[in-house]
Design a protein around this ligand. Structure first.
Ligand code: 0RA
Length: 665
């Protein structure tokens, strides 16, 4: 009788988990390496839950030589006694029944008490084999499973004096067709993050048979161990490591009836903001209600304190949300009983009750901190006021540009050689350093869709420390008018006249300067264009290598060596020639074994045909698309050039209301 019931149940179980096997993507996102990692996250998350409940201090992950992944935690051990009603142990239940989710469900966010085995059944369904070993009540219990089903009874295999749960799973190659090998770095990153978020837990990761991402075997095994006494405070320390600190790391912990809140934050001498938000240890790249509550409280508290201590004068405006955000590194971690996630990637916390709860709790705690730490408070308000003054200086400079009518009327600059097409799918604007290269580009281009704007590098260069002045610079004004979008308040991306904007500078120090300057300009004033991928950098070749009628262009030293080899230049002769090249002054083409090597020092050395052929012809050219992080790096270099002790009114930071980004590492 009981036996029959058991098998009826197991059929039902199979049906449930069959759905997981049929559509794995619905449960783990994908079946590539990310989906593979998801299996591990599911198992580790359960162990982390046990740790959050206060019962587990050690989690050990091992990537075994045989391809199995073993996760041990020293928690209480999943209950193994047979349930009277179901005839199954809790262990078998979590392994074979698909749970609806909501592992934090059931009366309050405190995760203790709930049966947190959610996800284990999914891992089972997608594994060719799972071995569960539970240390509990002095005994070692073991059961095996495969593709969602049990393989045998739960057995006692020995005695023990510890408690804990150990899962070893083998991802099913029928499901994970691409790869069954997890990425070491991805595991480290995730586990480091979990270790920061979970106070008191030590996480170790061992790889018994290490390989490089390309599959080359390494001397093994390798092992990492994460333990951070300071929790999220240590996390902020880590995130802000390379930036000069304005304040110490501030850590705050509060309990409300809605959620448990942990915040750590620090101000640094940087422009960007870096905030990491988590709900129940899950990263929320798009933020959500906890972030909104935090921000509101931050602005309000800083303003109230600054007024009270007369760090803001009566005539001063309040600091804005943007002012208090500049240079802030923070981690916000909340625990909520029934989290709802929104947004395209479900990366945003939606629970509306969390916003006021975090706002009130953080405001109170932060206010307390400011009161008790007047020196840090002063430093923070100093930094925010500096940001405010810079913001105002930026606006004033921008207004001047606009007011002076430089951009009105939109008469295209005389030096612009425009293209005939108006179709931004095709059109390209080349910003070229120097009049001579500009001349070559004008002659060499395809005038149907390529426009050329020569900029006088020298003039730009002289002005490089002052971006606000740069906006008044005629060269830059010409660029802004050519782009067509306007700037600042009147910026309108719809008016962009070219689909691609290509920065073409010399491959020397001056060229690099000008490129940095232009990238910074785009990063701060035309952020949306960088974000949309409109900005490119042209890559002219470094060498032209000719033998008889055969020509090769080399864009790197390696390509030069390849080309020379191809033309039959042997290495010793080549090395001799290299020396000669360095000692000769005139820089004319070198002849080695009948092969001529011409080094391009500047764009101006190329004739129009060469420039077209190597750098502008869509069929042959190499271009780099500029990413936000490229532009950000340029901005950072630029800021460093300015130095940090420039008086605030000269400091200049563009405000970008719509471009809040968590920089994903
Ligand atoms: C519910 C109750 C108890 C333990 C667990 C869940 C538990 C689950 C997992 C999943 C991975 N590791 C785990 N460790 C423990 C036991 C409650 C008790 O002993 O009273």
């Amino acid at each position: 009788m009981a036996q029959q019931e058991y098998s009826a149940d197991s059929i039902q179980v199979l049906e449930g988990l069959e759905a997981v096997r049929k559509r794995p993507g619905m449960y783990i996102g994908s079946t590539d390496v990310r989906g593979l990692h998801h299996l591990l996250w599911e198992i580790v998350d359960n162990a982390i839950d046990e740790s959050m409940a206060g019962y587990c201090t050690e989690i050990d992950i091992t990537l075994q030589e045989d391809g199995g992944i073993r996760v041990f935690d020293n928690g209480r051990g999943i209950p193994v006694d047979t349930h009277v009603k179901t005839g199954k142990s809790a262990l078998e239940t979590v392994m074979t029944i698909l749970h609806a989710g909501g592992k934090f469900g059931g009366g309050g966010y405190k995760v203790s008490g709930g049966l947190h085995g959610v996800g284990a059944s999914v891992v089972n369904a997608l594994s060719s084999k799972v071995i569960a070993v539970v240390h509990r009540d002095g005994k070692i219990h073991k059961q095996e499973y495969s593709k969602g089903a049990v393989l045998g009874k739960l057995e006692v295999i020995g005695k023990t004096d510890i408690t804990g749960t150990e899962f070893t799973f083998y991802p099913d190659p029928d499901i994970f067709k691409e790869t069954q090998k997890m990425e070491w770095e991805a595991i480290l990153t995730r586990m480091r993050q979990q270790a920061y978020l979970t106070k008191g837990v030590k996480i170790s990761i061992t790889d018994e048979k290490p390989e490089t991402p390309e599959g080359v075997a390494l001397e093994g095994p390798r092992k990492y161990r994460f333990y951070f006494e300071g929790g999220v405070g240590s996390y902020v320390q880590h995130l802000s490591e390379n930036k000069p600190a304005i304040s110490e790391v501030i850590s705050v912990e509060r309990e409300t009836d809605v959620c448990q809140l942990e915040v750590a934050m620090r101000y640094t001498d940087a422009y960007s903001e870096n905030i990491w938000c988590f709900t129940n240890h899950i990263h929320n790249p798009e933020g959500g209600t906890h972030l909104t509550g935090f921000r509101t409280a931050l602005t309000r508290t800083i303003n109230a304190y600054a007024r009270d201590k007369q760090l803001l004068k009566e005539k001063d405006d309040n600091l804005t949300a943007e002012d208090v955000r500049e240079g802030l590194t923070a981690v916000i971690s909340v625990k909520v009983s029934e989290p709802q996630f929104e947004g395209q990637t479900k990366g945003k916390l939606g629970n509306s009750e969390v916003r006021p709860a975090v706002e009130a709790a953080f405001a109170e705690a932060f206010n307390e901190y400011l009161g008790e730490n007047p020196n840090n408070a002063k430093a923070i308000i100093g930094k925010c006021s500096l940001a405010a003054r810079a913001r105002k200086a930026a606006r004033a400079a921008r207004d001047t540009v606009i007011r002076k009518g430089a951009l009105e009327g939109m008469t295209l600059p005389g030096k612009l050689a425009d293209c005939s097409s108006k179709d931004t799918q095709k059109t390209e604007l080349y910003i070229v350093e120097g009049d001579s290269a500009g001349g070559s580009a004008k002659q060499g281009r395809n005038r149907d869709f390529q426009a050329i704007l020569p900029l006088r590098g020298k003039i730009l260069n002289v002005e490089q420390a002052r971006l606000d002045r740069m906006l008044n610079n005629n060269e830059v004004k010409a660029l802004i008018v050519a782009l067509g979008t306007g700037i600042g308040e009147i910026f309108d991306v719809e008016k962009l006249r070219y689909g691609r904007i290509v920065i073409m500078t010399d491959a020397d120090v001056d060229g690099a300067h000008i490129r940095t300057l232009l990238l910074t300009l785009f990063y701060r004033y035309f952020h949306e264009l960088v974000e949309n991928g409109n900005l490119y950098i042209a890559c002219p070749p470094l060498y032209k290598i000719t033998k008889g009628k055969k020509v090769e262009y080399a864009y790197t030293e390696a390509e030069k060596a390849d080309a020379l080899k191809k033309f039959g230049v042997d290495i010793e002769v080549l090395e001799g020639a290299e020396e000669k090249e360095n000692t000769e002054e005139d820089g004319g083409p070198k002849k080695v074994s009948g092969v001529s090597i011409q080094r391009y020092k500047g764009l101006g050395e190329m004739n129009p045909e060469q420039l077209w052929e190597t750098t502008m012809d869509p069929d042959h050219r190499i271009m780099m698309k500029v990413t936000i992080s490229d532009a950000e790096k340029a901005d950072m270099i630029f800021s460093t050039l300015m130095g940090s002790d420039v008086p605030p009114r000269k400091k200049f930071i563009q405000t970008r209301a719509k471009s809040v980004k968590n920089l994903d590492v």
